[in-house]
Design a protein around this ligand. Structure first.
Ligand code: GDP
Length: 304
């Protein structure tokens, strides 16, 4: 939760300041009040539809509970935000699908610059710290820079990187990585891919081929297909997520650069409009600035 307090500073400032102002001038829970709540949520990029839904549920809830005191109303807002995130029956999905016995294979997709390589490096570091054997695969063979960057993160996290030449077949790099992971009885394999959304058919074919190679070794893998999106791009992040969902089966999101935006509410918008769980949150550029996403900590962090 400490991490969220630091990482969400910007969102918190705008969100919390407005909420505080609202509660400071609090006279009664009237229609003006609910409209202010709506505006504050929209301002934090929670999204129009989602903000309306929260405000509506808040109206009902406040009535049912007969909440009149500011603290009670504020608690109801927190409850509603968390409820909305944890849609029924989907409570545990924010945890990564790790295989307790055997290899976990996580595929990372997303456009360049969103923080894919950085997130892989951070997660590799976390698993390494836990004493796990981690391998990285540089299957973004399109850009020379991407391979070098992953090698750099591998060195930083002290884990091995499997790579090929620039322009080589990404699926062959993945094949090598799967073979090595089996041979060395690795616990986790994190695969970086190219994110060229400009050519959707190519991207789809490339990802399909990578998945086929993985499945040949392990029919249940990849255990996660994580889409990396940049929270600072707001609605653009939402559009990218929509497009990637059409390109491949995405199992969850890595939302990066939450520290760099005042609009962290995008988490809730994505969750409710795309029904994709946020599994990891990027809260800075450092190797430790990655958190398994916890909706409760996140929402409470907004109000602290
Ligand atoms: P890729 O092209 O998707 O692999 O993106 P990179 O991993 O190279 O990241 C692009 C830039 O975003 C780099 O300058 C990273 O330091 C930065 N970045 C990545 N994640 C975060 C984050 O959570 N917070 C902040 N502030 N910067 C980040």
């Amino acid at each position: 939760q400490k991490k969220y307090e630091k990482g969400l500073e910007k969102t918190r400032k705008t969100f919390k300041d407005r909420m505080n102002e609202l509660f400071a001038n609090f006279r009664s829970v009237d229609e003006d009040f609910f409209e202010e709540v709506e505006d504050t949520l929209i301002g934090a990029d929670v999204g129009f539809d989602t903000s309306m839904r929260i405000a509506d549920e808040l109206r009902q809830e406040v009535k049912i509970k007969n909440a009149k005191k500011p603290a009670a109303v504020q608690n109801t807002i927190i409850e509603k935000l968390v409820d909305l995130y944890e849609e029924e029956g989907e409570k545990e999905v924010n945890e990564l699908n790790e295989q307790p016995n055997g290899l976990s294979v996580f595929l990372f997709v997303g456009v360049n610059g969103t923080g894919k390589t950085t997130s892989i490096g951070k997660l590799a570091h976390q698993y390494k710290q836990e004493g796990k054997k981690v391998l990285l695969a540089a299957a973004d063979t399109f850009r020379a820079g991407a391979i070098d960057q992953l090698i750099e993160w591998g060195a930083r996290a002290d884990v091995e990187v499997v790579y090929g030449n620039t322009g080589s077949d990404p699926a062959s790099v993945v094949f090598d990585a799967m073979t090595k992971a089996k041979e060395e009885q690795a616990d986790v394999l994190l695969i970086d891919t190219a994110g060229r959304l400009q050519n959707k058919v190519n991207l789809m074919n490339e990802l399909d081929k990578i998945k086929r190679v993985i499945k040949r070794e392990d029919p249940n893998a990849p255990h996660e297909v994580l889409l990396v999106v940049d929270a600072t791009t707001g609605q653009n992040a939402m559009n990218q997520a929509k497009q990637f969902k059409e390109t491949t089966d995405v199992t969850g999101l890595v939302l990066t650069k939450l520290d760099g935006t005042a609009k962290g509410g995008i988490v809730l918008a994505i969750r409710n409009e795309l029904h994709l769980p946020v599994k990891l949150a990027g809260l800075g550029e450092g190797i430790d600035d990655l958190e398994v996403f916890d909706p409760n900590d996140f929402v409470v962090g907004l109000f602290k």
